[in-house]
Design a protein around this ligand. Structure first.
Ligand code: SAH
Length: 357
């Protein structure tokens, strides 16, 4: 395992600082960022008029390694799920979703997750560690190599709770939106959170250039406590208060509400009514995510009729609500499932070996 700094961890400020230290002009920062973050290329020796001193320093002190793709599953709808192995052999998933004329990449922010939502497969493994900024950027670079172009929409809806890894995620967001790099519009970079209230206040104070999605998933404390233990720490009234503050902030930010629909838990007409009131008061769009079942889970997906009724109720009441059927269901698109399948296969192979030896 290499201990070198990864080239992808060097943001604008770090590169400016490096140029100062090496006593070379800061104009080269633009060249590096253009090459690496705009074109996704690492061959710095081909940059015209690039000081040897800077090139040697980068070659000596930084790593350009990208994670190995250990599984790449393509669904019928061309959604691709990539399982990537990080330098310490921890595996993370990233999903490439073609939708609405552009490619969206779903990024993981942690190996595992500590939040413990009852309906989430990633939660069952607990948290192993945070991903670094470079490791999140590496997922984007691997996507670029796989697709031949950069995804232009990034959602942090993969494994992990992004706001639980605030510093690295904030740096990642700033790198994605930096004008000398990928220059993504802040509207096209979305942090999705289970509702870490203090971190949402921080997001607001820092004015991070990104959009926010909140996994609300329930409209009463009673139900939310049942399915999301985080609600005991940050109850609904506190979460709704910070969301209200966020949408009424000086620069008028919007919040997307995510709502995992679980049969018999949060899919009643009363749930739809309460969700309507919340969405209308925040001016939010709602993404309805019918539950993606996995082995050992106590929840079930509501019937298509119930899903439609729930959506129609919201739409009729003037709320923009969209049903997000997990893309690529034929390749088990629910978060964490690819990793589980690969691990299961590895366990089967070990078992077979043991039986035949
Ligand atoms: N921790 C962050 C981001 C990861 S989860 C968050 O909670 O928002 C991304 C989205 O997938 C969340 O809205 C979550 O509620 C949803 N989700 C998790 N498990 C799911 C499942 N089994 N079926 C459908 N949606 C699920």
């Amino acid at each position: 395992m290499t201990t070198k700094t990864h080239l992808l961890s060097l943001d604008y400020t770090a590169l400016i600082h490096l140029c100062e230290q090496l006593d070379v002009s800061p104009v080269h920062v633009k060249k590096i960022m253009g090459k690496v973050f705009r074109y996704g290329e690492f061959d710095l020796e081909n940059i015209p008029d690039f000081p040897k001193k800077l090139l040697f320093w980068l070659q000596e002190n930084t790593s350009l390694a990208l994670p190995e793709i250990i599984a790449n599953q393509q669904a019928e709808d061309t959604t691709q799920k990539l399982l990537m192995r990080m330098a310490d052999h921890k595996d993370v998933e990233s999903v490439l979703i073609p939708a609405e004329g552009r490619m969206t990449q779903c990024i993981s922010s942690q190996v595992g997750c500590a939040i413990g939502c009852e309906f989430c497969l990633t939660a069952t493994a607990g948290l192993t560690r945070n991903l670094t900024t470079a490791e999140m950027m590496q997922q984007v670079l691997v996507a670029k190599q796989t697709l031949g172009y950069f995804p232009r929409n990034i959602v942090m809806m993969g494994m992990g709770e992004p706001l639980h890894n605030y510093e690295h995620v904030a740096q990642f967001v700033r790198m994605l939106t930096h004008e000398l790099g990928m220059a993504l519009s802040p509207r096209r970079v979305t942090i999705s959170t289970a509702g870490l209230v203090p971190a949402i206040y921080r997001l607001l104070d820092d004015d991070l250039p990104c959009s926010l999605a909140v996994s609300l998933n329930a409209t009463t404390n009673e139900t939310r406590n049942q399915i999301m233990p985080i609600n005991q720490k940050y109850p609904l009234e506190d979460l709704l208060a910070v969301m209200d503050k966020y949408v009424n902030a000086r620069n008028k930010k919007r919040i997307l509400i995510e709502y995992v629909l679980l049969a018999g838990i949060n899919d009643s007409p009363d749930d739809a009514k309460r969700l309507r009131d919340i969405a209308l008061s925040l001016g939010s769009t709602v993404n309805i995510l019918p539950f993606n079942p996995f082995m050992g889970s106590r929840f079930t997906r509501p019937s298509d009729e119930v899903v439609d009724m729930f959506r129609n109720y919201l739409n009729d009441a003037g709320v923009v609500a969209v049903v997000r059927i997990s893309k690529g269901r034929d390749i088990s698109a629910a978060c964490g499932q690819l990793k589980t399948e690969v691990n299961q296969r590895a366990a089967d192979i070990r078992l077979q070996r043991r039986q035949t030896s």
